[in-house]
Ligand binder design. Structure first.
Ligand code: BMP
Length: 258
């Protein structure tokens, strides 16, 4: 039962260096909160990273929505990540043939520690990344096995086959983006679950996103890391609300492992 094991005890069960680092950060900082910094303005992104940085394990971005994201800002974000000890995730959801993904992955690896990848193209996508000439073994993949959006096209069979790929490439795959504990059993993988809001009354947005509370995703759904975007970034005081999320998520984790 992977949900009962502590993050410390799962470090030795992972074959992926990025997962080892992430488990360690979570245990050291007492946080299983990933901030989805879906903001256009690079100044706001850097400010968020600095303010919320001490409270999170992952700072997740979509680099393609950021305006004026130059090398200078990439370096600045890296410096903030080092200072506050969090990992940078590019939520690119790579989904092309292996040869193309290899080139995309190499570029993104220059500044991100974790990169999301879709399993839809099949084994070639992970094979290409793993065998790239300049592959950086410290960079980890989060494979998307389920989505949070209503009526998405992923089937139970797709999730099962995604997990077979994750097992085959377990030195590269740090974790799984999914919604339900049934997606996988291996405690070496980290379950990351988006669609989280502290307000019980907020259950969806107008575009199919579905939300659950911190307690529900961590205890019932066995998420190790909860992804929170608008619940934090739309607030006038993101650091205050992020600390509320951190406390609730960490308390839910502690109640689960006991
Ligand atoms: P929000 O909390 O504002 O709904 O943001 C959720 C974040 O998680 C977004 O960055 C989105 O791209 C990501 N995400 C998701 O919502 N559902 C998934 O299944 C996978 C995701 O990466």
């Amino acid at each position: 039962n992977r949900g009962k094991l502590s993050f410390e005890n799962r470090i030795a069960l992972s074959k992926c260096p990025a997962a080892v680092k992430l488990f360690t950060i979570m245990a050291q900082k007492s946080t299983n909160l990933c901030l989805a910094a879906d903001v256009l303005d690079i100044k706001k992104i850097l400010q968020l990273a600095d303010e919320v940085g001490p409270l999170i394990c992952i700072f997740k971005i979509h680099a393609d929505i950021i305006e004026n994201y130059s090398d200078k800002e990439r370096d600045e974000l890296k410096n903030i990540a080092t200072r506050h000890n969090f990992m940078i995730m590019e939520d690119r959801k790579l989904a092309d043939i292996g040869n193309t993904v290899r080139m995309q992955f190499n570029q993104i690896s220059k500044w991100a520690n974790l990169i999301t990848v879709h399993s839809i193209p099949g084994f070639g996508v992970l094979e290409a990344i793993k065998n790239a000439e300049n592959f950086n073994p410290d960079v980890g993949v989060f494979l998307v096995a389920e989505l949070s959006s209503e009526n998405n096209l992923i089937t139970p069979d797709y999730t099962k086959k995604t997990m077979a790929l994750a097992e085959k490439y377990s030195t590269l795959v740090a974790g799984i983006v999914c919604q339900f504990p049934t997606a996988f059993t291996n405690p070496g993988f980290i379950q990351m679950t988006p669609g989280v809001n502290i307000e019980e009354s907020i259950v969806n947005d107008s575009l199919g996103q579905q939300y659950n509370t911190p307690a529900k995703v961590i205890v019932e759904r066995k998420a190790d890391i909860a992804v929170v975007g608008r619940g934090i970034v739309n607030s006038s005081n993101p650091a205050d609300i992020a600390e509320k999320y951190r406390q609730k998520l960490w308390a839910a984790y502690l109640s689960r492992v006991q």
